[in-house]
Design a protein around this ligand. Structure first.
Ligand code: ADP
Ligand code: MG
Length: 363
């Protein structure tokens, strides 16, 4: 039975379900969603029941927001796209990503292009270019009487194309480090440059856009959309950045091939093993050809054999694609596979093995 009391024997199409989920997650009635999006409630309802009534480009935006949220990304950069007049707009600076208000913004042209593509930043000593540089970074949580200094005076450099492990005991600040280096979180003090771009100086929206265009993320929990097939999960970020459906599908199949999962393209996550799900998530992270891939304990939910498989895959992709990989891991055996290891304790970097990562001067 449907919400309106009627019966409908047609199975819900994936996209329709996603649309409805996204709307409900936003706590919106059909009427409210219609008011905000400028799409008549009747049409929105029809889209939810049978999304094949819509064109791909048209229906994708609401669930892309849901998708962004499920990835821990801020979906705001996805709203300003060609022809999105009246669509859910960018929340005010006070509101969280899931509280949007009606839009006044005119749609801008295509995907945001406020920043230049990443460029190579030459090392002072003629070594390979620096991809990530942190200088004197501080980050704490909580307030005066109960403050956690998650990062204290952290400085490091990561060279382009390297594969770096971040290791250290639970609670030492590894996730926080990844989140600030990738611009997911703001820092209190210090500077962070990615490919020469000052992340610390960008506002939230700009950082979000930068992330969407240049970074890929892999999480411990995979964060796949359960109602989408492997190939649909992989192509979503491409649709976000404005690719057409055919182009996105072709590229998604290509990346699935790269992670050796072409034969599972039409399986849903619950039809795949943990290792396969993580490979889909890795394919998704790579689909947009990010310059840098961040992985926070990507093998944390996997048994040791599967972990090794996934790590070998990361290693191979790093070699094949020349992308920079930063991988948080507990596994001592894992660090040995990487080019370099950054060791953390109590919010500080306490040791580094190898050349491409070095403590920046003045640290
Ligand atoms: N949102 C938060 N609010 C308060 N404290 C936090 C928050 N996130 C992390 N912390 C604290 O910051 C420290 C570093 O956490 P985290 O970066 O998650 O460590 P790790 O990933 O190495 O386990 C820990 O003491 C943790 O409890
Ligand atoms: Mg962590």
């Amino acid at each position: 039975m449907n919400a309106d009391g009627s019966h409908d024997d047609r199975p819900k199409n994936h996209t329709g379900q996603l649309l409805e989920n996204a709307r409900r997650e936003l706590g919106l009635s059909l009427e409210e969603a219609a008011r905000r999006t400028g799409i008549p409630a009747g049409i929105l309802g029809a889209l939810e029941k049978n999304a094949s009534h819509s064109s791909g480009a048209f229906h994708s935006r609401v669930f892309l927001r849901n998708y962004a949220d499920s990835l821990g990304l801020d979906g705001r950069a996805f709203y300003r796209r060609r022809g999105t007049e009246g669509w859910i707009e960018e929340p005010s600076s006070q509101s969280t990503p899931s509280q949007s208000t009606a839009s006044q913004d005119a749609p801008s042209q295509d995907v945001p292009t406020q920043d230049a593509p990443p460029r190579d930043v030459p090392s002072p000593n003629g070594q390979p270019p620096i991809m990530v540089e942190a200088r004197g970074v501080y980050k704490s949580y909580g307030a005066e009487d109960f403050i956690v200094h998650a990062l204290e005076d952290v400085s490091l450099r990561i060279e382009k194309g390297s594969l770096v492990a971040v290791m250290g005991p639970s609670g030492c600040g590894k996730t926080t480090l990844l989140n600030v280096l990738s611009g997911l979180d703001e820092i209190e003090r210090g500077e962070i440059f990615v490919a020469g771009e000052p992340l610390h100086a960008m506002n939230d929206a700009r950082r979000t856009g930068y992330r969407a265009r240049h970074m890929g993320f892999v999480f411990q929990g995979f964060n796949l959309m359960p109602v989408l097939s492997a190939v649909e999960n992989v192509e979503l970020p491409l649709l976000v950045s404005g690719a057409g459906l055919a182009v996105a599908r072709k590229r998604a199949l290509e990346v699935l091939e790269q992670v050796r999962l072409a034969d599972r393209a039409h399986h849903r996550p619950n039809q795949l093993s943990g290792g396969q799900q993580q490979r889909v998530a890795i394919a998704r992270a790579l689909a947009g050809e990010p310059t840098i891939v961040w992985a926070d304990e990507p093998t944390g939910n996997l048994d040791s054999d599967t972990s090794r498989e996934v790590l070998d895959l990361l290693l191979r992709l790093n070699r094949e694609n020349g992308q920079t990989f930063v991988v948080v891991t507990h596994d001592p055996g894992v660090g040995e596979l990487m080019d370099r290891i950054v060791r953390m304790e109590d919010g500080r970097i306490v040791g580094q093995a190898g050349g491409p990562v070095e403590v920046a001067p003045g640290a």
